[in-house]
Design a protein around this ligand. Sequence first.
Ligand code: SAM
Ligand code: SF4
Ligand code: SF4
Length: 338
Amino acid sequence: MTSEQVTDRLGRQLKDLRISVTDRCNFRCPYCMPRERFGEEHTFLPRRAFLSFDEIEKVVRASIPLGLEKVRLTGGEPLLRPDLADLVKRLSDLEIELALTTNGSLLRRNAAALAAAGLTRVTVSLDALDDDVHRAMSDTDIPVETILDGIDAALEAGLAPVKVNCVIRRGVNEEQAAKLVRHFRGTDVTVRFIEYMDVGRTNGWTLGEVVASGDLLEHLRGEFDLIPLAAERASDVAVRWGHSDGSGEIGLISSVSAPFCGDCVRARISADGRFFTCLFASGGHDLRALIQNGANGGNLTAAIAAIWERRADRYSELRSEETSASALPRIEMSYIGG
Ligand code: SAM
Ligand code: SF4
Ligand code: SF4
């Protein structure tokens, strides 16, 4: 089967798989896992429900004949999964790009092993440089310094360039944007600003809390001389802007104000092995059951191809305040993987 044969109903290929390796996290970012909903009484997946590394490898191998180019390990907090470097090692032989998204708190102690195992890229989520704002955004006592040290560890381990993802919430951290750009200018770190999205049903999202990328850019251009840069790949979600003196670039991810569903080549797999064709899907396809019922590589490839060929998702293009407030069940980001 060639990659041309597997396109969804809108002509999009499957190139990018985001795999959540745990639904647990040591942070409680209110926009993702608000503490009042993810407290002591919350039932996380039992660890025995997690896809094993063996099963994850099977899914990735089965997706490669469909044109898969990239795997991103995410969560929850992926570095809470013991021995993650062992998974990276298994996947590193498959000649695909292998990336990790992490909150950075455990990166110092893991970066060298991950790099040695064959990780190609790391993205660190960091919403503020000031500890009080960071605490408001992430509801953790872990200081910003620890995350910055984790980023340094990744750079030292050879994982440059590192991307920093920053979600902006109006009235909470928008004044941190310029501070982050200033801080990372001239380094091997690219900051990307993400519009706050209505993922899941627990974060109480309102459109009013979204700072549109266009407004943020205007604000940043008040201080920095930014020039537009060409996209590296059509499926890249970030629009790139560079410092005119060549001292680095930033990215803007306009998931709400300028959705990019038309180029969306991503699928997501939850920690318990459900395959989702959209971040806003209300249901997933149980690949773990297929594997445990003995599906071999070819069966699994065919099953994933069949799901992909039925796909017509374009939630963000259809989004409105009305759809967002609707009673449709929606999967939490910490479960499906950001
Ligand atoms: N725990 C890891 C981390 O924070 O990087 C990986 C998982 S987290 C769900 C992946 C990404 O999703 C993070 O960059 C986070 O900021 C982003 N995210 C979570 N909830 C979001 C929301 N409501 N809107 C926009 N981005 C969100
Ligand atoms: Fe945890 Fe990442 Fe969600 Fe924050 S965004 S609660 S760090 S999974
Ligand atoms: Fe892709 Fe769904 Fe996001 Fe659109 S809303 S970009 S289809 S994940």
